[in-house]
Design a protein around this ligand. Structure first.
Ligand SMILES: C[C@H](C[C@H]1O[C@@H](n2cnc3c(N)ncnc32)[C@H](O)[C@@H]1O)NC(=O)c1cc(-c2ccc(F)cc2)cc(O)c1O
Ligand SMILES: [Mg+2]
Length: 214
């Protein structure tokens, strides 16, 4: 049932997770994707690394590139301090619609602004749209070939401040070699690799945490 994988995930969350309970919605997605069908959520192992970074940064402004079904969106939003905002960008209208409903079920839609469109078109509009200056944390999890051009675009748009943390998923699998080479060799970043496993599988993956130095 459910004409798409995201729809099937949504239906399972709606049936299995307690409304308003973010942790039960996160558990429901992980349970479905670990036992029924794989999906490209960051998952619980890498998700714990994401959680630790969010808690360490205590961000006022967070940007997520690549919402998909909203799994990592939930993980971040549930840990935000009061008044903090999470802006998440998703270019696929159907995925965005599913994510909106999953976030609503989890009771997390008030902290989150979900924009539908390509990151390269939306990033230049963010300062004006949200009347903000810079992001404290950026979670990068969209097309792997877009990681580097979008990191450069964020720099050019003045959306990074000294101390801004960029956390990138999948730097090993599927991989983002040009992005890794850039953040590891640029004097403008201090970069650190967190080895992990690909979501729901025994395949090696990892996340790269890069602090912008200005
Ligand atoms: C790219 C996707 C995540 C989402 O990103 C949105 N998106 C794209 N480009 C843009 C943009 N330019 N602006 C806004 N949104 C944008 C899209 O529509 C997807 O919903 N993620 C992945 O492809 C992904 C794939 C794998 C994976 C690993 C091993 C395999 F054998 C097969 C796949 C694992 C992961 O952990 C991923 O994250
Ligand atoms: Mg990913």
């Amino acid at each position: 049932s459910g004409q798409s994988r995201p729809m099937r995930i949504l239906q399972f969350v709606q049936s299995a997770a307690a409304p308003g309970d973010a942790n039960s919605a996160i558990c429901a997605v992980d349970s479905y994707c670990a036992n029924v069908e794989w999906a490209m959520n960051v998952g619980d192992k890498k998700g714990q690394i994401l959680d630790a970074v969010v808690l360490a940064v205590r961000p006022r402004w967070v940007l997520e590139l690549g919402t998909y079904c909203g799994y990592s969106t939930m993980r971040i939003a549930r840990l935000l301090p009061p008044g903090a905002r999470l802006v998440t960008l998703e270019m696929n209208q159907h995925y965005a619609q599913v994510a909106k409903q999953i976030l609503g079920h989890a009771g997390l839609d008030t902290q989150v602004d979900l924009l539908v469109g390509a990151s390269s078109a939306l990033i230049p509009q963010l300062k004006k749209k949200f009347e903000m200056e810079t992001f404290d944390l950026i979670f990068i999890d969209h097309w792997k070939a877009s990681y580097l051009p979008d990191a450069r675009l964020l720099e050019e748009c003045g959306l990074l401040a000294p101390g801004t943390v960029l956390l990138a998923d999948n730097v090993t699998c599927p991989g983002a070699p040009d992005y890794l080479q850039y953040v590891r060799n640029s004097p403008r970043y201090r970069s650190e690799y967190f080895p992990c496993q690909l979501e729901y599988l025994q395949v090696e993956d990892g996340m790269e945490k890069s602090v912008f130095l200005g």
